[in-house]
Design a protein around this ligand. Structure first.
Ligand code: GAL
Length: 675
């Protein structure tokens, strides 16, 4: 077995994948705690997150902390060989705090104050909240910092989950200060916000408010800046706690759990850079036909936010959640497929919400590792089996996922393209990114997500879905990538506005016009249900545009409607590379066909030859070992290409690997050189 490289969370056994979940012992009598530790050992659990929602019990009053009960829990866990991911508990201020500081409560866009009684009842800009959170963090760090069970710090919980955008007076003041730092003087702000429009000119900073409810459409750049500010404001909260932890407990890694890929409110590129290591929470969503592909998108995004380094899945569910209209239970085998898919995509550990199913509270119908029915259940048996599986594949720890393709992704573009008053409300930001990711997933091609201004040099192909807003630096970066020999695919409504949301004039898509060799003059969005025929026999939906080539060749033309005969998909040689422009939304089959051509032309190959529904991903450790994960999400047996030993069964495979219906194989590959 190759030597395991060091992990980013170094305080315990480097050779293990992390396994565990959120543990809320305060909801149970102490007798249950002993049983919990015994069951954790049985399941192979080696880390639990403790104290996430314990503020009210850790601090009964403003002048008093009570850590005794948590001492007992942490000692007990340590005695059982379970490490602790200790939360700073700042996610849910207690009711006494809200009573003492009513001004700390969040206020929504129309001015309604949101009260305590749920969780996250605070305004991110509240000085009282920030002071109390930092003080609690400092007290916890001083008290538990030297405990041998402490493996890492879990700051807060899912920042912004319920209170990312607050419109109270404290937020207004903080927003003004943020704007002063960004623009320096008010004329520059007036310019950036385009306030010559609708009599919006500002003469004094105090005239500016957060993007509160307005009678008509709100200034779009104000909305965009308010989102930027709100993400930064919560990041400041994180930094304040993290800095305390770094000072008091140097060497103990610090993280907070993200919610990729579906969380819009935080610019996770900015956040990722501030983590000691990145962690994520992912839950399957009933609205998707293939929720495991959304899982893969979340995992690929998380790995990318971590700069390719191993990351930790902080939460997912063993079965149903409690917060969707219908909370669908996982079928036998699905728990294992889901968890190992995260590992395949770079996670060095998988954790659940939560250890023991709650008996009371809003989450009492949420699944857990120990269900209401206890052990001897489908869920418990699968939890124990997964623990054994993670031990069997432990040598993948520290290895990394290979990707030749990147999808450009930017929260600024997401925020801007989903405002009002755009050509079509049918254009949603995640739609094209998800569609492209799904097409690659089906083909067995692994991709990263990348920031438009990020380093693209390691990729053969860059996909640019609906990047409505792109900075000058981002546009130059993509252009340089193509000029240097890369391939790019840009889809409709990309490169339209600059960072202030001002149109790039002279023809669309302004930022990418010369790279694409086209000039588009007018959008022809399609109403829901309407399609436009294309010359290759496929069709487009959602979008079309009146465009002329300017150096590019037309690969596919519109075949009916007002644009008939005009270019729909173009290809342009630019410098040493090639840039495609797709002016309409291709339905899934057509998009898969198109991307198959583009990947082949760009020299991109799948991790293995596979069939639809069988996920294939490779991790390599840089020291000659590589691991092929094949996850069969279908109801039929399948075969993928590959050679080596299945770490789960010990079986050897030569050339072909059989993957039973619903099953997973993890092959330590033989005869393969790392690329
Ligand atoms: C997460 C959260 C957990 C729990 C879980 C339920 O968003 O971090 O505390 O609420 O959802 O799915």
């Amino acid at each position: 077995m190759p030597a395991a490289p060091s992990t980013p969370w170094p305080r315990w056994d480097h050779h293990k994948l992390t396994y565990g979940g959120d543990y809320n012992p305060e909801q149970w009598p102490a007798e249950v705690w002993t049983e919990d530790v015994r069951l954790m050992q049985e399941a192979g659990v080696n880390l639990v997150s403790v104290g996430i929602f314990s503020w009210a019990l850790l601090q009964p009053a403003a002048d008093r902390y009570e850590f005794g009960w948590l001492d007992r829990v942490v000692d007990l866990l340590h005695g059982g060989g379970i490490a602790v991911d200790l939360a700073t508990a700042s996610a849910s201020p207690p009711p006494w705090f809200s009573r003492l500081h009513p001004e700390s409560l969040p206020v929504d866009r129309v001015g309604t104050t949101l009260r305590s009684g749920g969780r996250q009842a605070f305004c991110p800009s509240s000085a009282a909240y920030r002071d109390a959170a930092v003080a609690l963090t400092e007290a916890l760090a001083a008290h538990f910092g030297a405990h041998p069970a402490l493996a890492m710090w879990h700051v807060h919980n899912e920042y912004g989950c319920h209170n990312a955008l607050c419109y109270c007076d404290a937020s207004a003041g903080a927003f003004r200060r943020w704007l002063q730092r960004r623009y320096g003087d008010i004329d520059t702000l007036n310019q950036a916000w385009g306030t010559a429009f609708w009599s919006q000119h500002y003469y004094d900073w105090d005239e500016i408010a957060p993007a509160r409810a307005t009678a008509s459409f709100t200034n779009p750049t104000q909305l965009l800046d308010f989102r930027r500010f709100s993400s930064d404001e919560l990041l400041d909260c994180y930094r304040a706690e993290r800095d305390v932890l770094h000072r008091v407990t140097p060497g103990v890694p610090v993280t907070t759990n993200f919610m990729a890929p579906n969380f819009k409110d935080l610019d996770y590129w900015a956040w990722g850079a501030e983590m000691d290591f990145v962690s994520n929470d992912h839950y399957l969503r009933g609205q998707f036909d293939q929720p495991h592909v959304d899982l893969a998108l979340g995992a690929d995004m998380t790995r990318s936010l971590a700069g390719g380094a191993p990351w930790l899945l902080m939460e997912h569910s063993t079965s149903a959640v409690n917060w969707q209209p219908v909370n669908v239970a996982k079928v036998p085998g699905q728990l294992r497929r889901n968890s190992l898919s995260h590992v395949a995509r770079g996670a060095d550990g998988v954790m659940y919400f939560q250890w023991r199913a709650a008996k009371a509270g809003a989450e009492k119908f949420h699944s857990a590792m120990v269900p209401h029915a206890g052990t001897g259940t489908k869920v418990w048996d699968e939890v124990v089996e997964l623990g054994r599986n993670l031990e069997a594949i432990a040598e993948v720890v520290g290895s990394r996922v290979e990707a030749d393709v990147a999808i450009l992704f930017d929260w600024n573009a997401w925020w801007a393209v989903e405002e009002s008053c755009l050509p079509s409300a049918e254009v949603r930001y995640l739609d094209q990114a998800r569609a492209m990711h799904t097409a690659l997933w089906q083909a067995g091609v692994t991709c990263d997500l990348a920031h438009p201004e990020g380093d693209l040099s390691g990729y053969r192909l860059v996909l640019v879905p609906t990047l409505y807003l792109v900075t000058d630096a981002g546009a130059v970066n993509v252009e340089a990538f193509v000029a240097g020999g890369g391939a790019a695919v840009v889809t409709y409504f990309s490169g339209i506005v600059d960072q202030d949301e001002h149109i790039r004039l002279g023809g669309y898509p302004g930022a990418f016009r010369s790279m694409l060799g086209v000039r588009s003059e007018e959008f022809f969005p399609l109403v829901p249900g309407k399609q436009v025929a294309l010359s290759d026999g496929t069709s487009g939906e959602v979008w079309s545009e009146l465009m002329a080539t300017d150096g590019a060749e037309t690969v596919v033309a519109y075949a009916d409607g007002p644009l008939s005969g005009g270019p729909a998909i173009t290809r342009n040689s630019h410098g040493e590379g090639t840039a495609w422009y797709v002016t309409t939304r291709l339905p899934a089959a057509a998009l898969s066909g198109f991307l198959a051509q583009v990947t082949a032309a760009s020299g991109v190959v799948p991790a293995a030859d596979t069939v639809p529904g069988v996920e294939v991903v490779r991790r390599s450790n840089g020291a000659g070992a590589s691991y092929l994960f094949a996850i069969n999400h279908t109801g039929s047996a399948a075969t993928v290409s590959g050679s080596g030993t299945d770490l789960l069964t010990g079986e050897d495979h030569v050339g072909q690997v059989a993957v039973a219906a619903g099953s997973v194989v993890v092959i330590r590959e033989s005869g393969r050189r790392e690329s």
